[in-house]
Unconditional design. Sequence first.
Length: 70
Amino acid sequence: MNKVVINTSPLIVLFKSQLAYLLPQTFTEIIIPSGIWDEIVEAGKTDMASRQLPRLTYDRVGLRTPLASR
């Protein structure tokens, strides 16, 4: 089982280069920390990543809250 916790920069690069489809092909579980999700989505609707991230239909994407807030 290949899991990945992905950060803001790699997500933005993958979306801008139209290679985000590689994530579910490469990893069995994709974990996006809630702070990373918020940072990308709140960037504005003109950014490709902020438009596409909420539309992900991968069934293996999970959101995680930071340990400090648990």
